[in-house]
Ligand binder design. Structure first.
Ligand SMILES: Cc1cc2nc3c(=O)[nH]c(=O)nc-3n(C[C@H](O)[C@H](O)[C@H](O)COP(=O)(O)OP(=O)(O)OC[C@H]3O[C@@H](n4cnc5c(N)ncnc54)[C@H](O)[C@@H]3O)c2cc1C
Length: 343
């Protein structure tokens, strides 16, 4: 365990590494404790309590807003507690530490032909992901990832290590799932329910010129409710490698068979302007590791990120003007292209 006081050597680096987003808040913990065991966490919490300091927690560090950088606190850094402790293929369970990346959990399960609905992007830690709900691969079929937590081991604000599940400390268990950065304990271990690996994982990708925005987004809005539960329909507007704005439509599928995967993916070929697509890759097998790598390629490290979201049931005609405005005002993409070494 390392303890880094503000101003000491190694503190600045540890603080910077605690938040992946380079747009990080100018807030400074008094102390950063790099825990390696649950005993380190217990000690850090008890010492913070004795000193009258609040405690914040970092697992994978992929919080967009850096919730855990707070002035005057002890930051308990769990990034070194990153082991998949066990996989029990008979019981269909796994135990993992909070600093694990989802991809590490998935890789360990893959050896047993098992699966867990991890986040879409490489680098997302399971600590924050599971506490905030967790919308992961095959999440439409398997539900929010936090619904597949069977138990957690938690260090409470008093520095006591307890188990929380449906039967032990159920209030704490209820509070953890969905609390995100608001959780009032430090989770040191997750006990997970895991699933059989899908027989077929595949993706289809279609690229449309930006001039077809209205046709493509109106169609996407129509097919959304009809898409098979195995598919995650996605669309994004971005700057293509040649600098021209384009629309990417893709639909990764987790299915019981190749036939079913092809059947679900056939909806992507119902677009009324399909014949004007710049690129069409209707079907291709893919691994979860490659899917997470592909998503990661759109979020290069060492960049400043802003995000905004809307959840809406508005009809397409109400949404199209706003989507057009997004397309018109999209920055030129030079920052991302530079990060990918393309200019
Ligand atoms: C590029 C990118 C892609 C993403 N993709 C997805 C996605 O596909 N699906 C999805 O659902 N989310 C996604 N997210 C959001 C992500 O799941 C959350 O930001 C999540 O909090 C990240 O977990 P972490 O452990 O890496 O983060 P951290 O920054 O370490 O943790 C976030 C917050 O959770 C709390 N916390 C973390 N660990 C613990 C713990 N062990 N005990 C108590 N409290 C803790 C702390 O308050 C901390 O500030 C993505 C984020 C990024 C940046």
């Amino acid at each position: 365990m390392s303890e880094l006081k503000r101003g000491s050597s190694g503190y600045d680096e540890a603080r910077e590494l605690a938040v992946w987003n380079q747009l990080r808040p100018e807030r400074f913990p008094d102390l950063i404790v790099q825990a390696e065991t649950e005993d380190d966490v217990i000690r850090a919490v008890k010492e913070a309590k004795a000193a009258g300091r609040k405690v914040t927690v970092r697992s994978g560090g992929h919080s967009w807003s850096g919730h855990h950088l707070r002035d005057g606190t002890t930051l308990v850094d769990l990034s070194k507690m990153n082991s998949v402790i066990s996989v029990d293929a008979d019981a269909m369970t796994a135990v993992a530490e909070p600093g694990c990346y989802g991809t590490a959990v998935c890789a360990a399960l893959d050896e047993h032909s098992l699966f867990f609905p991890i986040g879409h992007c490489k680098g997302v830690g399971i600590g924050g992901y599971l506490l905030q709900g967790g919308y992961g691969w095959n999440g439409r079929a398997l539900g929010p990832a936090c619904s597949s937590i069977e138990a957690i081991d938690v260090v409470t604000a008093d520095g006591e290590l307890v188990r929380a599940s449906e039967t032990e400390n159920p209030d704490l268990f209820w509070a953890a799932r969905g609390s995100g950065p608001g959780f009032f304990g430090v989770v040191v271990r997750f006990h997970l329910k895991v699933y059989p690996k899908s027989d077929t994982v595949a993706n289809g990708v279609f690229v449309y010129p930006i001039e077809l925005l209205e046709e493509v987004f109106t169609w996407l809005h129509q097919i959304g409710p009809k898409v098979g539960i195995e598919m995650e329909l996605m669309a994004l507007i971005h700057n293509g490698f040649e600098g021209d704005k384009e629309i990417i439509v893709s639909g990764p599928v987790f299915a019981d068979s190749e036939d079913r995967a092809r059947e679900v993916m056939s909806i992507l070929e119902t677009c009324p302007v399909l014949d004007q697509a710049k690129g069409a890759f209707p079907y291709g097998p893919i691994t979860v590791a490659d899917l997470t790598e592909a998503v990661y390629s759109t979020y290069p490290d060492n960049h400043r990120y802003c995000v905004d979201n809307i959840w809406t049931h508005a009809p397409a005609e109400d949404l199209i003007p706003g989507i057009k405005r997004i397309a018109e005002t999209l920055p030129d993409g030079s920052s991302i292209r530079g990060a990918l070494g393309l200019e």
